[in-house]
Design a protein around this ligand. Sequence first.
Ligand SMILES: Cc1cc2nc3c(=O)[nH]c(=O)nc-3n(C[C@H](O)[C@H](O)[C@H](O)COP(=O)(O)OP(=O)(O)OC[C@H]3O[C@@H](n4cnc5c(N)ncnc54)[C@H](O)[C@@H]3O)c2cc1C
Length: 755
Amino acid sequence: MTASLTWRQRHLTRPILNWYRKVLPPISATERDAIAAGTVWWDADLFSGKPDWAKLRGYPKPQLTADEQAFLDGPVQTLCGMLDDWDIRRLGDLPEPVWSYIREQGFMGMIIPKAHGGLGFSALMHSQVVMKVASRSPAAAVTVMVPNSLGPAELLMRYGTDEQRGYYLPRLAKGQEIPCFALTAPEAGSDAASIPDRGVVCYGEFKGSRVLGMKVTWNKRYITLAPVATILGLAFRLYDPEHLLSEKDDIGITLALVPTNTPGVEIGRRHFPAGQAFQNGPTQGRDVFIPMDYIIGGQDRVGQGWRMLMDCLAAGRAISLPALGTGAAMFCARFAGAYARIRRQFGLAIGRFEGIETPLARIGGYAYGLEAARRLTAASLDHGEQPSVLSAILKYHATERMRTALNDALDIHGGRAICDGPRNYLFGTYMSVPVAITVEGANILTRSLIIFGQGAIRCHPYLLKEMEATNLPDPDEALKAFDKALFAHVYSATSNVLRAFWHNLTFGVFASSPNVGAIAPMYRGLHVAAVTFGAVADLVMATLGGEMKRRENLSARLGDVLSELYLMSCVLKRFEDDGMPKEDLAFVEWNHRSALYTIQTRLDEVLKNLPMRPVAWLLRLIAFPLGRHRRPPSDVLSRDVARLLLSPSATRDRLTTGIYLNRGANDATGRMELAFEAAVERDRLEEKIRASKPGRKALADLPALVKEGIITEAEAAALTDANAIVREVIDVDDFAPEELTQRAASPHRPAAAAE
Ligand SMILES: Cc1cc2nc3c(=O)[nH]c(=O)nc-3n(C[C@H](O)[C@H](O)[C@H](O)COP(=O)(O)OP(=O)(O)OC[C@H]3O[C@@H](n4cnc5c(N)ncnc54)[C@H](O)[C@@H]3O)c2cc1C
């Protein structure tokens, strides 16, 4: 065999392979499953340093079907109208009519195929529903999202036996069963694969017969819907000490569906997360005997639970929390913009102050960019992708930008958004932010370990091939496969380094870009950033080798670069899909500048912290041969974006399409809509009055203005009404002291804590 090896393979590649095996960090079986889960898509293009823009631009425009749109305009609109988040938070639960409506209309079975009695919605529609409901009540959104994501229904659809699917899916679709899924344990949060919960294979009594099954012991916490669940999805590690299934003692993580009325299941107590009213709580069981056919997918699926969960997570993470985050950013854009127009201080609408323009522009930019990414990523699931890296990017950035947008919106509202009560339309969502940050992969971990860590291995054109080659059993085959991947890698890295240097030296004017008018330079800028990222990522990984896994800050910053490349790709795609309305260009420009500036900053930070200094100097020459010339959005651009949120327009409506809106005077947001229109009319009339006599101050004396013929009677009445409703929406709630001390939502101190 050795004779067939080339000189290069024997004398050059072999020592490199030996060294590579030594520096490769150890990868556990659960890490391997996590890395292998899902698919790669546009992220691979970005990683290669050669993004094929035709591929992205040719991707079908995300669209709902007519049936889906009708459901959105019908039952979803009705459900949103039934939701009052203040009441829900005080009650500590959704009111019974809301629960009934959710069940009856099939909200719990949105992803279940019609053949099993579900609504059979696309991923895009699922995301759209969550977004709209979330814009009304986070607790209702969580209640709707959990049965449709990362839970029993999805696991059954992918892995269930025919019998399990036939029994459970129709019942889940109709809300006859309420599911929850329990993975997290007190000892195992982010490191979920380390759960201590265990099952032991044995024979036992079940419904009067002796059957093969498992005695399961668990202690789980934070489980959404657990207090009201009728079926409990349970993850535990299965052991077979008597070898009743196979020769293995430790079979691995296994998933089962356990009816909550099974003797020994303890469930029903509640946590109180972030003051939110959705159902969430612990569950325990000790030596609870369950038959083998409770395992999702039956006995054949023992030990495959971790891989099953990782596959579901790869897709699921792209839906619920990105929808929640996008809806929140849109909501902030609409109502912080309206409030900044309505509210005056120092004789001016606060939205006219530069200090307010900056956060307003950030909210607008984020709302536009997140919607672009939400749509495209959800639609990619409908085209068969399960983009694990992109879904992690979306989960992280949607929830972080939601946090920033809400902070900005609260600042803009001042005390108006701090004092809680039925008039406060922001506080409930603001409070829910930590939940979104923590679940489905806590954000610090997602940024530090997953986005670049998994992205580097999955999306890089050659890294996984090199790693796989090291594991081939035949030494010569391993050497040949490694040699092939390694030299392709070296060729691609060299090409990226040279191209990055050339494009950075020439300000990207020769970079590839489609011929699309105003946004062509943005494609070019992004192309150069992708090539530079490819070059830097390759050399950083080559320098650090296995150490990379421990250098979380470097990984996080490179992950930020990959994320910005993806999010900005989505922005350009959205702008083209929307027909390139020139009025929306300011949002695109804001995102473009912000993305390229962030990329520049993160690359600079990577180079400042890279331990091997000569490599850092070389990379600095390649990435910044003419210095760091990218600038963040200018004050003028921020003003342009902010102004789009301060006046009614098709652009503002497009920006907030997808959240729930109403115009009811009895509703806090409905009143804001009316007040916003009234404020616009107020401003027009005041302008007219001022123009009639420069320096005129006496706007309050409306009868005199009518008498002078400056405004009509009708205009005077409109001005009076406008002032009244504007006054109304500036008000906050106050309460009799006993109303606050007897709030229904305030739980008693738990007995253990009171001792
Ligand atoms: C409201 C709510 C609902 C939930 N619903 C469910 C559910 O339905 N089912 C279920 O099974 N679980 C559920 N969870 C659990 C959730 O998935 C976990 O909270 C999450 O995995 C984080 O675990 P932890 O809270 O124990 O934090 P920890 O794991 O203790 O993490 C604490 C901090 O350390 C960071 N961290 C951890 N490891 C690293 C690392 N290597 N590098 C950098 N940073 C790191 C994390 O990012 C985090 O910031 C829910 C949690 C909450 C709060």
